[in-house]
Design a binder for this molecule. Structure first.
Ligand SMILES: CC(C)(COP(=O)(O)OP(=O)(O)OC[C@H]1O[C@@H](n2cnc3c(N)ncnc32)[C@H](O)[C@@H]1OP(=O)(O)O)[C@@H](O)C(=O)NCCC(=O)NCCS
Length: 175
């Protein structure tokens, strides 16, 4: 899938030129302090260089974005390690619950299936009901619960839920 047309936004693979906008987007969601692992301030240069290696210079990863006429409002990154595809995504606050996350997630699943990966995995905070519901809607299951797993900058330790989606064709072939 190179791009998906929706009435008012387009899902496409990001390019290195999108990096500054993507960093701003990540920073704004990180600043909410509740949804993603990344916390502010973000190390912009280090992150840009990591993204470049992971998503733009390698076939083993891809960053998808959703863009409106006003610019990028959401992103989702996938990274394939021997058929295990790790996923991370976010949507700008004012554009949530408009179907963008669903389109991005579908793009990621399609990408993983095309790569003939056997499984997708992710981690989500237990209080992130919106994300958990989205993932469950697409067939992800809760596979584990890690207590006091990540230390936040406040010093608090947060639990995390592990979720996974075994991909259709491969699961059928092996099943
Ligand atoms: C989680 C997130 C990506 C969802 O994206 P979105 O564009 O808002 O999702 P969609 O509009 O496509 O919603 C799809 C489904 O997700 C669930 N969902 C989304 N937002 C929800 C909410 N606030 N409450 C309950 N369910 C919600 C629903 O099942 C929804 O389907 P429905 O509208 O038919 O009920 C978005 O809320 C977000 O970016 N949050 C902050 C960052 C984040 O949490 N990233 C994930 C970290 S693991």
């Amino acid at each position: 899938m190179e791009s998906v047309e929706s009435p008012w936004f387009q899902v496409r693979a990001a390019t290195a030129e999108d990096i500054p906008t993507l960093l701003d987007l990540w920073e704004s969601v990180a600043a909410e302090g509740r949804w993603i692992g990344t916390e502010v301030p973000i190390a912009r240069e280090a992150r840009a260089s990591r993204w470049k290696t992971t998503y733009f210079d390698s076939d083993a990863g891809c960053m998808f974005v959703a863009a409106t006429t006003k610019g990028i409002v959401a992103s989702a990154g996938v990274q394939n390690d021997r058929g295990l595809v790790d996923l991370g995504m976010l949507v700008e606050r004012r554009h949530r619950r408009e179907g963008i996350g669903s389109q991005l997630l579908q793009a990621c699943i399609d990408w993983a299936e095309r790569a003939r990966a056997h499984k997708m995995i992710l981690q989500v905070w237990p209080h992130n009901e919106a994300a958990i519901r989205l993932y469950e809607k697409f067939g992800f299951e809760r596979e584990g619960y890690r207590r006091a797993h990540y230390r936040r900058k406040t010093g608090e330790l947060w639990d995390v839920v592990e979720m996974g989606l075994v991909l259709g064709d491969v699961a059928r072939e092996n099943g």
